[in-house]
Design a protein around this ligand. Structure first.
Ligand code: ADP
Ligand code: MG
Length: 271
């Protein structure tokens, strides 16, 4: 020990650009009975970069491919071509263990807090699910972690044994957020996180997301069809149309001097 010639441990990798998406294409193959499979190209060459700590918004009309992009970045569906790199590593070239480790660092909060929470499981088990899947923290340790997560998102830890149906819509979305934060991710993909909620509740959840980001230094990919929400949350906005990003700029530039007619149409529709 104490050999001065020994190399110093490498610092943890800290690329300034956390997520790089380059020329990503994705084609769904749709099988229907005996008919030949149809192909539907949904992502048509998407490129974007997200800096560490930034919130990038993705806006676009329903069906333009936002959720598909979210699922592809989270590794939930395979891309057809192109490149996704996370923290300087090409996701496509990772070994299986590296890929599993990467998956912990990217989590998704889905729109529908009803659909994504198992109605037959207690909230403590739902929030603790990532620990179970990845064989982390068990027993009393896991329970303590889950209660801390509940407090972090503004849920009463005494409600640990309740079922999702015993919570309001906003509280259910808090459950989804707590579950997404369990493994302390670097990137949180928020896919229409408040679209299913009443407007008054939307503000509470958005404020919670901002507080959590400040506290934990998270990077957000914030997906929404609602420009008002995106303006409130995002540093940079990418406008998507028909599987392409047609314009990407700082939030204020998108609102004050949009370059594309399509963006102007979206802005006009949101007033
Ligand atoms: P958005 O989130 O912007 O509303 P989606 O990514 O959900 O858009 O959908 C984009 C297009 O891909 C739509 O035409 C949708 O019908 C189609 N699509 C979505 N998921 C699938 C799937 N699993 N298989 C086939 N087509 C799909
Ligand atoms: Mg969607």
């Amino acid at each position: 020990p104490g050999n001065p010639k020994q190399a110093a441990p490498k610092p943890a990798q800290q690329a300034a650009t956390l997520l790089k998406v380059k020329d990503v294409r994705l084609t769904y193959k749709i099988k229907s009975g005996f008919a030949r499979a149809r192909e539907l190209e949904v992502l048509k060459g998407i490129s974007l970069n997200v800096a560490r700590g930034e919130t990038l918004g993705i806006v676009g009309e329903s069906g333009c491919g936002k959720s598909t992009l979210a699922r592809a970045i989270a590794g939930l569906i395979p891309i057809t071509s192109g490149n996704i790199s996370f923290d300087g590593q090409d996701v496509g070239s990772l070994t299986a263990p590296e890929w599993r480790a990467m998956r912990k660092r990217v989590q998704v909060v889905f729109q529908d807090p009803y659909g994504s929470l198992n109605p037959r499981r207690r909230v403590g088990a739902i929030i603790g699910e990532p620990f179970r899947i990845h064989n982390l923290a068990s027993g009393a340790v896991r329970k303590r972690e889950v209660c801390q997560l509940m407090e972090l998102v503004g849920l009463n830890p005494e409600h640990y044994n309740r079922f999702p149906s015993e919570f309001s819509g906003g509280q259910r979305q808090r459950i989804g957020v707590a579950r997404a934060l369990a493994l302390q991710p670097d990137l949180l993909i928020l896919d229409e996180p408040v679209s299913a909620l009443d407007v008054s509740i939307q503000a509470q959840i958005l404020n919670l997301m901002q507080d959590i980001q400040d506290e934990m230094g998270l990077t957000y990919l914030f997906i929404s069809h609602d420009l008002t929400v995106v303006r409130h949350m995002c540093d940079t906005i990418a406008v998507m149309d028909g599987g392409r990003i047609i314009e990407m700029a700082k939030t204020e530039d998108i609102f004050n001097s949009p370059r594309e007619d399509y963006t102007r149409t979206l802005l006009a529709a949101s007033h």
